[in-house]
Design a binder for this molecule. Structure first.
Ligand code: PMP
Length: 390
């Protein structure tokens, strides 16, 4: 071995370490019992009939490559699901299955953003948007939303950031981390402004099935725009994060372009996952409905606990499974607050600064964890706030 390691591609140094990863690593170094409220995935198991379907498919020989867009029965099942659950009328030819919403997003960016283009991201937002934009060689343009306005999607600010360099605008509703649901009229205004600059609006709706304020209707449901791509996945709704199964719904020429590039990323999602997903989407929905009810109960519980701590508040989670706690009454940055919560009280959270501009002063807690975790976590958070402000 030489002393000097092999030089790496510049994008490694240029990519930001995600704060979720930083907190995860810090937690791993910590001994004692930890309450993990940083994880954004359901604590439920995948429904049994989905596992059975994947196992049956494996035994029946579905162990080969599939078409780049996914097997036809999956594209049909996705198109039907999008109409049934989200009011989005679409055709299987507009659907591309991918390895999770993550790969569906990446394919969308690869298909629409050239090196040097700009991608507008209202923040705080899921940090992987920024990372993916960097990986395709485009430039992330963050538009910080106002904490004072509860992180409302502000059409004027977003539209101001759209110009001739803009390839895409990435919107996420319900939002990770704010759990706000966007107003369809505001989104419409952004879609129109983007169209004027030949830019695509990517609507990441992976939490649409956990819509506490509405009925899970897609923000693209009531308009036939040819510059909108909708992203969704089995991950959150069916507790299938490890299956890596998501999709994009796009105008057919854009879908065809994503299919053309798919051999360069993964070719296709796992064949077994595709067969499991068909069962998830077309089979009994009772498990998914029970999980959604459990998340709503946890949401109500978390809100009640936050209300009992006068120094804290959060925008009412309208969808998804995060509470974005305003910790500005405490000393220090959001990273310092999250570090004290971890080191002195054993609660793992994610500092708001990790979600881009506008997130500082907040800390994200996930209520994808069970009630016992939530109860223990909020007991400790309440104790820390009481001790620090005494
Ligand atoms: N979008 C958002 C907003 C997310 O929070 C996540 C997961 N944390 C994803 C996409 C990724 O979903 P998947 O696991 O299906 O790739």
């Amino acid at each position: 071995m030489t002393e000097q390691p092999i030089p790496l591609a510049r994008r490694v140094a240029e990519a930001d370490e995600t704060m979720i990863r930083t907190m995860y690593d810090l937690a791993e170094q910590q001994s004692g019992d930890l309450v993990r409220l940083e994880i954004g995935e359901p604590d439920f198991d995948t429904p049994a009939h989905v596992i059975d379907a994947a196992a049956r498919a494996a035994r029946a020989g579905a162990t080969h490559y599939t078409p780049n867009a996914g097997v036809p029965q999956l594209r049909e099942a996705i198109a039907e699901k999008m109409e049934r659950d989200h009011g989005l009328v679409t055709d299987p030819s507009e659907v591309v299955a991918a390895a999770g919403a993550t790969e569906a997003l990446f394919l969308t960016l690869l298909t629409t953003a050239d090196v040097g283009d700009e991608v507008v991201i209202p923040t705080p937002a899921w940090p992987q948007y920024r990372l993916q934009v960097q990986l395709v060689g485009a430039t992330p343009v963050e538009v910080p939303l106002s904490a004072a306005e509860g992180f409302d999607l502000d059409a004027d600010r977003v539209i101001d950031a759209i110009g001739d360099e803009t390839a895409c605008v990435v919107l996420n509703s319900p939002s990770n981390p704010t759990s706000r649901v966007s107003d369809p009229e505001v989104v419409d205004g952004i879609v129109d402004a983007a169209a004027e600059h030949d830019a695509v609006v990517v609507l990441d709706e992976v939490y649409a099935s956990l819509d506490y304020a509405g009925d899970g209707r897609s923000l693209a449901a009531d308009r036939a725009a040819d510059n909108v791509v909708v992203i969704n996945a089995c991950s959150k709704q069916y507790a299938m994060t490890g299956w890596r199964l998501g999709w994009l719904v796009a105008p057919v020429h854009l879908a065809a372009a994503a299919i053309k590039l798919h051999p360069g990323t993964s070719s296709c999602p796992s064949s077994l996952s595709q067969h499991g997903a068909v069962a998830a989407l077309t089979g009994p929905q009772d498990d998914a409905e029970a999980m959604a009810r459990a998340f709503r109960e946890r949401r109500d519980y978390v809100l009640q606990r936050v209300e009992e701590i006068p120094a804290l508040s959060c925008p009412t989670p309208e969808g998804g499974f995060y509470a974005f706690l305003d910790v500005r009454a405490l000393d220090g940055t959001s990273f310092e607050v999250a570090s004290r919560l971890l080191k002195s009280h054993g609660v793992v959270t994610v500092p708001g600064e990790g979600f881009g501009a506008g997130g500082e002063g907040f800390v994200r807690v996930s209520f994808a964890s069970g009630m016992d975790e939530l109860e223990a976590g909020f007991d400790r958070i309440a104790r820390m706030v009481r001790d620090e402000l005494a």
